[in-house]
Design a protein around this ligand. Structure first.
Ligand SMILES: [Zn+2]
Length: 540
């Protein structure tokens, strides 16, 4: 059993690597058991550093903190919080993250020069588990073209940078930048020196996205076979997606012995981006049988983390994006739908709930059968009689003929046309909201039920939240709001706003809609609409 396998089982505090001698006998056995099963792969998230370097994705300090909190919830091992020497703002946000975020190691980036390294330390020194990441280009293209030095100079720079960082901090990561285009013999030499002078992690970057999986795996194997004491440190990889191979390269590296992946949410990063965290994590989880490895990521947080990063960075996630795209778990062919309804494993590789989705979204098409329609309508809150189903199915087929995919929204429109009007258990009678930058938003709502009007007031995080809380007080229902969207249905400042909500109750997801020129009123109407559907569905 190698030391690296043992290390994988314990999230070590800075200052001590778990050595066999430090473990009690029972611990040794526990470690043995787990390491026999698999190796831990550390997840080093660089959304806030490499990801933030995506052109057009810059974040302010509050937004960075929000993402850092979510990354801690996702349970990443290391957060690379920024590059403190690059600006005063970056320095401050790294420093705030280091002071506030508990759990993950907080890392700061520094070029291989003293002033950078000292600045990085200043920023992370208050972290529970601080780390300095220092790097220097080692390919001839970088040495001659960018640094205008020779290999000996660069080797000395690497040694002195690691020593400097080590004088501040136990956890030191060293990266020979552009490693995949570096002469392999020289790469061994630099990596061996970094380890000798105290690096606890050596990161092998495919800086320009040049590597091919088999070749990249070979680079890692070559280092493992030829560098002294490499089994005492973590081997990391950092791959870019210029040729669309960042995930494949990272996974190949894990297969050949790497124990850390640097990656970013939604694959954010320079140019074509960095390795998408969600992809490598789910690849390791789904193919643990082949890779014999695991991560500590709370995968149920993947979708919400992806949404947060997409919203704050202003980068839309394409619908067909692996793991976090809106279509990633949607099936449209009739055969697939039927299969998934009967036995999920037929066409679904991963369980959607593992990544934080409620259920796989089945988009109906003209090829979908009656069974799929009935099931889907039930999930949306409608239980139909056979007669009603026949009618709805006919209508559905004519819509599906014109439109390729029939989404939930279309089904709601069809069904509401086809079914007798849904009884309006509750009507909105009046609404009064006060909010402003210095007030706690408060709402007073009157809901009519039959001849009676029930009134309640509530406050909330925002005016819509306050309105929904007041409505909940009246209905007494415990509803979970899982989606809220608003769009203008007409042009201009006096546009009609249409609000659509998705609420969850028991295992059912129900869509409600409301329109008004006042968006708060539209929000209330949408919520009440969903509640009326829910109550109607329960009644039949
Ligand atoms: Zn990078």
């Amino acid at each position: 059993m190698g030391l690296r396998e043992i290390k994988g089982d314990s999230r070590s505090e800075p200052g001590e690597l778990p050595h066999l001698n430090n473990l009690s006998n029972s611990n040794k056995n526990a470690v043995k058991e787990k390491s026999k099963m698999s190796r831990k792969v550390f997840i080093f998230d660089t959304t806030l550093r490499d990801g933030e370097q995506s052109p057009g994705a810059s974040l302010n300090s509050t937004e960075k903190m929000e993402i850092a909190r979510q990354l801690a919830k996702l349970n990443v091992d290391i957060i690379e919080a920024g590059f403190p020497i690059s600006s005063q703002e970056d320095f401050e946000s790294v420093s705030k993250i280091a002071q506030e975020i508990k759990g993950p190691t907080i890392c700061a980036l520094a070029r291989a020069v003293d002033v950078d390294i000292d600045r990085a330390w200043e920023a992370v020194k208050y972290a529970q588990k601080p780390m300095i990441h220092t790097f220097v280009g080692t390919s001839d293209i970088h040495i001659k073209g960018q640094l205008r030095k020779n290999r000996d100079d660069v080797l000395k720079m690497a040694i002195s940078a690691v020593q400097r960082a080590k004088s501040h901090c136990y956890e030191v990561e060293f990266s020979p930048m552009d490693a995949s285009r570096t002469d392999p013999v020289y790469l061994r030499e630099v990596v061996a020196a970094a380890i000798e002078y105290g690096a606890t992690v050596v990161n092998i970057p495919d800086t320009v996205g040049y590597a091919i999986p088999e070749q990249f795996a070979q680079i890692i194997r070559d280092l493992i076979e030829n560098v002294a004491n490499i089994d005492k440190i973590r081997i990391s990889v950092h791959c870019h997606d210029d040729l669309g191979m960042s995930t494949s390269n990272s996974i190949s590296a894990v297969k050949s012995g790497a124990t850390q992946i640097e990656c970013a949410i939604n694959g954010m990063g320079e140019r074509a981006g960095n390795t998408p965290l969600e992809e490598v994590v789910m690849a390791i989880k789904t193919r643990a049988d082949y890779l014999d490895a695991y991560t500590d990521i709370k995968t149920q947080e993947l979708i919400s983390t992806s949404k947060l990063v997409s919203r704050l960075m202003g980068f839309v996630v394409p619908p067909n994006k692996s793991i976090v795209g809106s279509n990633a778990f949607a099936h449209s062919s009739g055969i697939h739908q039927d299969g998934v309804l009967k036995e999920r494993a037929t066409f679904e590789l991963m369980n959607p709930t593992d990544v934080g989705l409620q259920q796989s979204e089945i988009i109906l098409t003209a090829r979908s059968g009656r069974h799929a329609l009935r099931h889907h309508l039930f999930e949306l809150g409608y239980e139909l009689t056979d007669d009603q189903l026949d009618k709805a199915y006919e209508r559905f087929l004519s819509v599906a003929d014109k439109k390729k995919n029939v989404f939930d929204e279309d089904l709601v429109a069809i069904i509401e046309d086809e079914l007798p009007n849904i009884p309006q258990t509750y009507y909105l009678d009046y609404i009064q909201v006060s909010s402003g930058t210095k007030f706690v938003p408060t709402a007073t709502i009157g809901l009519r039920q039959g001849n009676e009007v029930f009134q309640e007031a509530a406050y909330g995080d925002g005016p819509v939240d306050a309105v929904y809380k007041a409505i909940d007080k009246i209905t007494g229902l415990k509803l979970e709001l899982i989606d809220y969207s608003i769009q203008a249905t007409t042009m201009g400042k006096d546009a009609m706003g249409e609000v659509q909500v998705r609420i969850k109750y028991d295992h059912r997801t129900i869509i409600g809609r409301g329109a008004s020129t006042d968006i708060i009123e539209a929000s209330a109407k949408a919520y009440i609409n969903a509640i009326n559907k829910l109550l109607y569905g329960k009644a039949i």
